[in-house]
Design a protein around this ligand. Structure first.
Ligand code: UDX
Length: 447
């Protein structure tokens, strides 16, 4: 993007170091790059993105070696990461500013909401900043409500209230709130993430036709403009930012399956199962009699070797009906004609990717924001069924048959196709996401 004369503007991006956070930020980078901006990605060494997948971007690593996420206690990790990264990030920004000539000024810093140290560092250097919220708009409303519910003494809530609806937050119940780990730690992180301080705007990877009323409520609550420019994976050029190698052999297997018959199963990048749950899932899939493609990520069952965790009798039973990979090219999988359903943890990226392909879901949230997403999928957009039970083979078999065979699933598939079309309209010229993107670019240019 040229501002005056031949000046090309640079945007510095600070992604969160997890798959579900890297993907939307790097997609945003591609969108801005294709609109003429230069992109610098400042990232942690932990879960660092692969520069060769984005040859047009510059990458700078922060010296954060003391912050390695062990898979437990996400919140202390995130809090510590923010303490550790602020000074090195500021140094990094100053270095970029010193190196750039007059032809390449930093227009602004765009940071993932969990990397909130970026805002303070940018402010100290008098650079504007914008926050990217990688979850849905309803999640922000739920976060806002948590402060009030806590002040009114409703949180922590007893188990007996877990299914009680929350006033003004339909369709959410207490158990759907994204509360994680120890309440005090959670509240500490939430207050940092929810507060945008001096940032100039908020970007959401969401779509007006999905979250129109949530966006309107958020806009009432906050003083800065909000830009719903999703689904970013659809607007960005199709590069992968997978941290694990994608096993594309499953696409050839899908080619051999009939239209809309395959149930795709993945719990995303960071949910865990125990061995018993995995075994129940395996038999539920086999007993459903549907073809299935299952992502069994290394580390999905903590401490277990990948090859050992699936029972031998299961491996012998699946024959040609099932295919298992460590990591799938998920967007291509969901776009494949053979895939007729998605058993998902309802991470926000997976939810958007499924909606964009019109694939109905079995929603089995595991933690965090996934409960909110699952409720919206099943109760607002009505393109998925809620799976609230433990992983148990009979329940899994029944849920798969409800989605893939029964009339209930057929109706969801029909609604899914309609929703997909509405989402597509939003990204076209004159559509809401396209208009928001134009406004966002104008704002960055005006800094
Ligand atoms: C979690 C949260 O649940 C999510 O809502 C939050 O915004 C980020 O952290 P995660 O478990 O990573 O996310 O799930 P999700 O948001 O769905 O992101 C996973 C990404 O990995 C998706 O873009 C998906 O396409 C990709 N993926 C997943 C693959 O490419 N291959 C796979 O086999 C599985």
């Amino acid at each position: 993007m040229e501002k005056e004369g031949n000046r090309r503007l640079r945007v510095v991006l600070v992604p969160g170091p997890f798959q579900g956070h890297l993907n939307p930020m790097l997609q945003l980078g591609s969108i801005l790059h294709s609109n003429g901006f230069s992109i610098t990605v400042v990232h942690t060494q932990y879960n660092s993105p692969n520069p060769s997948s984005h040859p047009d971007f510059s990458f700078l690593a922060l010296p954060d070696s003391s912050s390695i996420f062990t898979g437990e206690s996400f919140i202390p990790f995130a809090l510590q990461l923010n303490v550790n990264c602020k000074a090195p990030f500021q140094e990094c920004l100053a270095q970029v500013m010193r190196q750039q000539g007059l032809d390449d000024g930093i227009a602004c810093v765009i940071y993932d909401e969990i990397m909130y140290f970026s805002e303070a560092a940018a402010k100290d250097l008098k650079l504007p900043s914008i926050v990217l919220r990688t979850g849905c708009a309803a999640l922000s409303l739920a976060g806002h409500a948590i402060f009030q519910l806590k002040a009114e003494g409703h949180i922590p809530f007893p188990e007996s209230r877990s299914k009680d609806p929350i006033l003004d937050l339909y369709p959410l119940r207490f158990k759907d709130l994204p509360i994680m780990e120890k309440l005090e730690n959670f509240m500490q992180l939430l207050s940092k993430v929810a507060n945008i301080r001096t940032s100039s705007a908020i970007i959401y990877n969401t779509i007006d036709c999905l979250e129109n009323s949530s966006m309107a409520k958020i806009q009432q609550q906050c003083q800065v403009p909000i830009f719903p420019i999703g689904p970013m994976h659809r607007i960005a050029s199709a590069t992968s930012s997978s941290l694990l190698e994608e096993d594309t052999s499953c696409l050839a297997w899908l080619d051999k399956q009939s239209f809309n018959t395959v149930i795709y199963v993945s719990l995303g990048s960071s949910a865990f199962m125990d061995v018993k749950e995995l075994v129940e899932m395996a038999w539920g899939l086999v007993n459903s009699q549907q073809p299935f493609l299952w992502v069994v990520r290394p580390g999905l069952v903590p401490g277990a070797e990948w090859n050992d965790i699936l029972p031998q009798s299961f491996k012998e039973n699946i024959g040609k009906r099932g295919y298992i990979v460590k990591w799938a090219p998920q967007k291509e999988v969901l776009a494949h004609d053979a895939v007729g359903g998605f058993l998902s943890h309802c991470g926000w990226n997976s939810t958007l990717e499924s909606i964009c392909e019109g694939v109905p879901m079995i929603c089995r949230p595991c933690y965090g924001d996934q409960g909110v997403n699952a409720r919206y999928v099943s109760h607002i957009w009505r393109v998925g069924l809620e799976y609230e039970n433990k992983f148990e083979r009979g329940e899994i078999e029944r849920a798969i048959r409800r989605l893939m065979v029964d009339d209930e699933g057929k109706k969801m598939r029909k609604r899914g196709k309609d929703l997909k079309e509405r989402v597509e309209l939003c990204t076209r010229e004159g559509g809401s996401s396209n208009n928001s993107l134009i406004e966002l670019i104008k704002m960055i240019m005006s800094f």
